[in-house]
Ligand binder design. Structure first.
Ligand code: HEM
Length: 223
């Protein structure tokens, strides 16, 4: 049963929609967390510490954080694998008359594929930059995310990488949210306009909220 579901295109689209919603919820929480940087180092670093102690004493140090990480890793992998398999299927299913013409996916499909690849690469770089510190500019300070974020956005390439990634995030959510709603059966003729508006507003708020941080550092509001 589960096997048949996974093998079907509808099954893979459902996996994409559900994993997408999980990651979207994470991003909403992440942007709210990030905006605390405007309230100073104490508040932001305290929040970073809380992420590791949440659930104590029931949970041990970092257990809740690791639970969230595992859910996110599963969501990212499931999303990427289904996307890859759906796109392979899409290419195979093309009528043979396209063999001589250059096959061209729609604008939305191409943006989603490239956006997904850009974000995948970004997430790896981002974790190595601000979680582990391996590619961090300046001296990475464990437990001092405020200072680390300021270091990152004090370099031109840090700003470029983040801003490009945030624009990709916005475009991906704009289309992805709407697609997910269709797959999960939330869409209808009367509701589609409202769903598109919600997708646009959500994408805009998330992109603007994330970009506010590098802009804050560049303008000296955060230093
Ligand atoms: C300007 C935008 C962003 C800033 C300033 C930022 C900041 C941070 C910081 C400071 C951490 C480390 C938290 C800690 O260890 O205490 C972090 C972790 C993380 N961020 Fe971001 N982030 C941004 C955008 C994003 C975006 C767009 C995504 C996803 C597409 C993302 C995904 C993650 C993930 C997966 C982690 C690792 C969480 C963990 O395992 O500890 N971030 N971010």
């Amino acid at each position: 049963m589960a096997r048949t579901m996974w093998d079907s295109s509808v099954g893979k689209k459902t996996v994409m929609a559900v994993s997408g919603v999980i990651m979207l919820l994470y991003l909403v929480a992440h942007v709210i967390g990030n905006l605390k940087i405007f309230f100073g180092p104490e508040e932001f670093n305290h929040y970073g510490h809380w992420l590791r102690t949440v659930g104590e004493p029931f949970m041990h140090y970092e257990w809740t954080l690791w639970l969230v990480r595992i859910v996110l890793i599963v969501a990212v992998v499931a999303h990427a694998v289904s996307a890859y398999q759906l796109s392979r299927r899409d290419i195979k299913a093309r009528p043979s008359k396209y063999v001589h013409k250059k096959p061209r996916a729609s604008y939305a499909t191409r943006t989603m594929r490239w956006g997904g690849i850009i974000m995948g690469l970004f997430i790896v770089w981002h974790v190595l930059d601000l979680t582990t510190g391996h590619v961090h500019a300046g001296g990475f300070q464990e437990g001092h995310p405020y200072e680390n974020v300021v270091d990152t956005f004090s370099t031109w390439y840090g700003n470029v990488i983040y801003i490009v990634a945030m624009l990709a995030v916005g475009m991906h959510i704009r289309h992805g949210f709407w697609s997910a709603a269709q797959t999960l059966g939330v869409g209808s003729r009367t509701r589609d306009r409202a769903l598109k508006t919600v997708a646009n507003v959500l994408a805009l708020l998330l992109t603007a909220g994330f970009i506010a941080v590098p802009v804050g550092v560049m303008t000296g509001v955060v230093s």
